[in-house]
Design a protein around this ligand. Structure first.
Ligand SMILES: CC(C)(COP(=O)(O)OP(=O)(O)OC[C@H]1O[C@@H](n2cnc3c(N)ncnc32)[C@H](O)[C@@H]1OP(=O)(O)O)[C@@H](O)C(=O)NCCC(=O)NCCS
Length: 331
């Protein structure tokens, strides 16, 4: 009998720009305060890329670490899937630029446009390719330079976002004892696209002086509506991933949620029945880094010694589209 391979996270690495933007920096630039930002979002500082940082260069640094941890080289990769809302160029994909930087000529490289769930969507695609026997190792990256699409004059969005990259190697295993991805769940609702979007710069409104003048190349967001939808969708996603994995909420050892707002995380955890001491939070250091968010939090959980082999991890995310998703992983 042919046994379907099990996909497992075999390596993880992250990279963030050295530039830091604190709440005090935003206080100096906008009509806002450290107290408002901390109370309403949980954010204290975020990483801010300089011109020397590209999505591909941050991804390369993260990928080198992930490959080393997985014990493989770039030529062992059968795929590179990169979730991003801020590709370095509109054509070709940033995944292809990353492929060239890595020297991973055996891989098929492509981007996934799923906003904040970009890494989890990419993980889901990679898992499917591995289960179908298409590749033994796939690099799954979530990387963003949101500073380039953030309107620095809009206090309701500017303070939320930051830059960074996380890379994971997803590998095929044939022995369940090694753990692996037990379930994945992804969904979208495009009817709500205009609640969080970039109106200009695409092919309906290509770049022009007008686009720049009306600042429509920056993100626009209806924060309160996004907040409510995020809690609703992330709660559904937690239930789905747990059910699909055939485990109970009480069995989950650690939840690693997308870091968009501490209040969204707390509300999702409460609905799912997860006490906050089982929830990984690092929004204070990085803000919302979109597709990089879960790998950055995952990495910090490992560095803090919060993960042991065999533990059950619940990953959950939400973003523009709207898109959302979840996964249960045995570490
Ligand atoms: C953006 C967000 C933090 C705003 O918090 P909120 O509690 O919903 O606040 P509101 O938008 O209702 O605004 C409340 C007041 O604070 C003001 N405000 C907004 N941003 C502010 C800031 N940076 N500093 C000070 N005041 C601010 C508003 O103008 C409003 O003032 P008003 O009452 O005089 O009109 C919150 O809605 C949020 O996190 N939404 C989800 C965002 C998100 O996660 N997006 C990405 C999805 S992946």
């Amino acid at each position: 009998m042919i046994q379907r391979p099990i996909a497992r996270i075999s390596g993880l690495g992250v990279a963030v720009p050295s530039g830091i933007r604190t709440n005090a920096d935003w206080e100096a630039a906008l009509d806002t305060s450290d107290q408002w930002i901390v109370e309403r979002t949980g954010i204290r500082e975020r990483r801010w890329a300089g011109p020397e940082d590209t999505v591909a260069s941050l991804s390369k640094t993260a990928a080198d670490l992930a490959l080393e941890q997985a014990g493989i080289g770039p030529m062992d990769l059968g795929g590179i899937i990169l979730g991003t809302a801020t590709p370095d160029r509109l054509l070709p994909s940033t995944a292809c630029d990353l492929q060239a930087l890595l020297g991973a000529e055996n891989a098929a490289a492509f981007d996934i446009a799923a906003a904040c769930p970009g890494w989890l969507y990419s993980l889901t695609v990679a898992e499917g390719l591995i289960a179908a026997g298409q590749a033994e190792h796939i690099l799954v990256v979530g990387a963003e330079k949101l500073s380039t699409i953030t309107d620095e004059t809009d206090r309701s969005t500017a303070i939320l976002f930051g830059d960074g990259a996380g890379a994971t190697v997803i590998s095929a295993y044939r022995n369940e004892a090694n753990g692996g991805i037990l379930s994945t769940f992804i969904r979208s609702d495009g009817r709500l696209a205009s609640l969080l979007y970039r109106p200009g710069g695409g092919s309906t409104r290509p770049f022009s002086q007008e686009v720049l003048d009306d600042r429509s190349h920056f993100m626009k967001m209806a924060g309160r509506e996004v907040f409510k939808a995020a809690v609703r969708a992330m709660t559904q996603a937690c239930d789905e991933a747990i059910q699909r994995a055939g485990v109970a909420a009480e069995d989950i050892d650690l939840m690693v949620p997308h870091q968009a707002n501490i209040r969204i995380i707390e509300a999702t955890a409460k609905h799912t029945g997860m006490p906050m001491d089982k929830v990984m939070v690092n929004i204070d250091r990085f803000g919302n880094t979109s597709a990089a968010s879960i790998p950055l939090a995952f990495d910090q959980a490992i560095n803090e010694g919060r993960l042991e082999r065999g533990m059950l991890i619940l990953l959950v995310t939400f973003g523009a589209g709207f898109t959302w998703g979840s996964s249960v992983v045995r570490w």
